[in-house]
Design a protein around this ligand. Structure first.
Ligand code: H79
Length: 474
């Protein structure tokens, strides 16, 4: 049986149109179909490597490179789109863009400060761009001199400093590596303004001469690498191209996780950028996401998500079985924009009190709370049935416990979806205050105090008999 049907069945969904619509719309999630390749059924070694990842749930993504200098503007013009794409979007010739290296001097960079931010934010791993599509490496490479040590006045190995700071704090560190696109290399994918169309390039020459050796460098010079985050697998489905990377990783660091964008199945599924699936996913998965609308720093993007939005997305993602990899784009001086820091630390304060509902927590056993397909037959941008998400509450789980997180005042009284389990105890996670409940028509009804304790998000812990919810009426 395909995983989706198996999941629906195991969760006790009735057959019918709603299920069909849900199934249909799930298949339409672009990130899960096109970018994220479902891993093979998990072998025990893979399950073992994924253990920390399932516990962690929330990570810090860092996009940093030469693009932080123009910060979204080129020759006095604002270049639309994501900041790290400026070389591409403005068609900047390699020779011109490369001169930015001579200006890269982030004297305020302090790896310890960045790790401290991740810790304050309640984030449990860090992933940084070691080389983005522009081809510039943030560490000392022997394969190319287009790197921070050999080509900039700064001359310090940023990855080395970050790896040391992470090791000291026991913070897992992973590296983003753009394996296919390299706008600096004549044979890398993507740069058609200097080097012509990709189909006339010697792409394997680039892979063997730069990308593969650089991935080897990352896996040998920086201690344990928690994961490798490949991206945009252009032209990777030819021959053994993608497999050559998995072989390198497995040989040098068998515990390193591989994301879902290499070109062959990795250890987990990567959704589309900023795409949160509408329902619970069966495999390990992660959504990469921005706090504003860019990954690399843009001086004029001030549209920051609020801490409440970040907490909703995190709990929503965890309730669907996934991880949240949330990005910051440091400025060219080495400082992470203050508004990003504020948002992350505010969300971190909530997690200090309520983290038990997030770290190591499993998905919802219900699904009723996630939303429903539009009854008006409306279609989304991809022509699939439009899902109307509900955002009032979410459920995460641990053995014998449900964490019901309210983002808005619940209807009083609040009915939990039908389950045959009995409720032993219910209390607020933040202060332990008991929450009254009763059983009515076979359903457990919680009497949640209004207004809710924490208007951003209030967690009620519901202790049940048995390790997991069994759907059905008593
Ligand atoms: O690293 C971040 C992005 O740079 C990278 N993935 C995340 C994690 C990414 N690479 N490609 N894409 C995302 C898709 C790019 C789409 C666009 Fe464009 C880039 C839209 C606008 C600029 C390409 C160029 C399509 C239109 C113009």
């Amino acid at each position: 049986m395909p995983p989706l049907r198996r999941r629906l069945r195991s969760r006790g969904f009735a057959a019918g149109t709603v299920v069909a619509a849900l199934a249909f719309s799930l298949l339409s999630v672009p990130g899960l179909r096109t970018q994220g390749r479902a891993p093979e059924p998990q072998d025990p070694a893979q399950q073992k490597r994924l253990e920390w990842f399932h516990q962690a749930k929330y990570g810090l993504f860092i996009h940093w490179g030469l693009y932080a200098i123009p910060a979204g503007e080129w020759q006095g013009r604002r270049i639309p789109g994501i900041g790290e794409w400026i070389m591409n979007r403005a068609r900047i010739p390699v020779r011109e863009y490369g001169q930015l290296a001579g200006q890269f001097n982030p004297v305020k960079f302090d790896a310890g400060e960045w790790v401290k931010l991740a810790q304050d934010a309640g984030m449990k791993y860090i992933v940084i761009t070691s080389k983005h599509h522009d081809g510039f490496a943030l560490y000392q490479s022997k394969v190319s001199t287009y790197d921070v040590v050999d080509a900039t006045p700064f001359g310090r190995d940023i990855l080395k400093e970050l790896a040391e700071a992470c090791a000291k704090a026991k913070m897992p560190l992973g590296f983003y590596y753009s394996q296919a696109q390299d706008w600096h290399d004549p044979n890398g994918a993507g740069n058609d303004w200097d080097f012509g169309p990709d189909d006339r390039k010697d792409f394997d020459k680039y892979l063997r001469g730069k990308a593969e050796p650089q991935v080897r460098e990352l896996l040998t010079g920086y201690g344990p690498v928690a994961l490798l985050w490949f991206d945009t697998p252009r032209m990777m489905n030819v021959g053994d191209r993608a497999r050559r990377f998995t072989d390198i990783v497995r040989k040098l660091q068998p515990d390193t996780l591989i994301d879902g964008r290499l070109g062959v199945a990795g250890d987990y599924v990567t959704t589309g950028d900023n795409v949160i699936p509408p329902d619970v996913q069966n495999t390990a998965w992660e959504v990469p996401a921005t706090i504003n609308h860019t990954w690399g720093y843009k001086s004029y993007d001030h549209d920051w998500k609020s801490p409440g939005t970040i907490i909703f997305k995190l709990v929503d993602i965890v309730s669907k079985g996934g991880n949240y990899l949330l990005n910051v784009g440091p400025r060219a001086d080495g400082i992470i924009p203050e508004p990003s820091q504020y948002v992350l630390r505010s969300a971190g304060a909530w997690l200090k009190v309520n983290g038990e509902a997030v770290y190591g927590a499993g998905p919802t056993p219900f699904g009723d709370e996630l939303g429903e397909p539009s009854s008006k037959g409306a279609k989304d941008l991809r022509g699939q049935p439009l899902m109307l998400a509900r955002t009032e509450w979410r459920v995460t789980t641990k053995p014998g416990k449900l964490y019901v997180t309210f983002f808005a005042e619940p209807r009083a009284p609040f009915e939990l979806p039908a389950m045959t389990n009995t409720v032993k105890r219910a209390y607020r996670l933040a202060d332990g205050a008991p929450v009254d409940f009763k059983v009515q028509d076979g359903k457990t009804v919680l009497n949640v105090e209004r207004p809710i304790y924490d208007p951003m998000a209030t967690v009620v812990v519901v202790e049940i008999d048995g390790p997991a919810v069994i759907r059905g009426t008593r």
